[in-house]
Design a protein around this ligand. Sequence first.
Ligand code: PAF
Length: 284
Amino acid sequence: MEIIENIASMHALSERKRMEGKLIGFVPTMGFLHEGHLSLIREAKKLSDMVIVSIFVNPTQFKPNEDYDKYPRDLEGDTKKVNSAGGDIIFAPSARDMYPDGYLTYVNVEGITETLCGISRPGHFRGVTTVVTKLFNIVKPHKAFFGQKDYQQSVIIKKMVRDLNMDIDIILLPTVREHDGLAMSSRNSFLSTEERKVAPVLYRALIMASEMVKNGEKNTRKIYSEMKRMIENESLVVIDYIAITDPENLRDISVIEGKTLIALAVRIGDTRLIDNILTEPQGS
Ligand code: PAF
């Protein structure tokens, strides 16, 4: 397995593979890989001839007071994991090469970036869409794989790909969870033992909400209150948002009629965690 750090070399390799008729699958990551990333790599391997995994902690998607500097990094460990999951190439550029002095260009999807996580992380998705566009241009994939844990991100990227006529299939795969339901995330490594114990409340609240929907509850205010009550019962957990929305346009809904996204973000100590579930009334 090869690690490519240079943008021109990555460009050249992808171009050559395309000329050979190879189907390129791409898994963009910020590294510190866990089973969630590895499941994307394995699926990419099934659906493509070669799998490129990018490892790049993207500075433009962090606000100045966020955890860019302390975001966990482990290229050596990641290399072994990518290899074991069947990845072929790691693309690991430097921040200086991706954003050289004088860098001025950003990609912005409007509207759907300003809700849910966009409220407490203004500018975050502009950083994501910018780096994903750059990575797509460098890696030239046919298919790109993302996890459902970052559901809003996937909706935004799909919209960007459609609006900008990018010829790339975006494939969304299910969230991979720990044995107690906590969604896998590189940020889980920040949790203390006490914090880790309470973290599964996110998934418990989502499951409870989904059961309410399946059992015919249509009033989103009631679902919201029950989730809030359950989460606030855990003293270490502070709610950022709980949202019950249309999964396509991410607009809040007040009466549930069909497919629904229930998403939330919380802070546990210094760590911000997100999770979500897609649900719908039984028989709809
Ligand atoms: O989901 C992530 O890990 C990041 O937002 C991504 C897509 C790799 C862009 O930096």
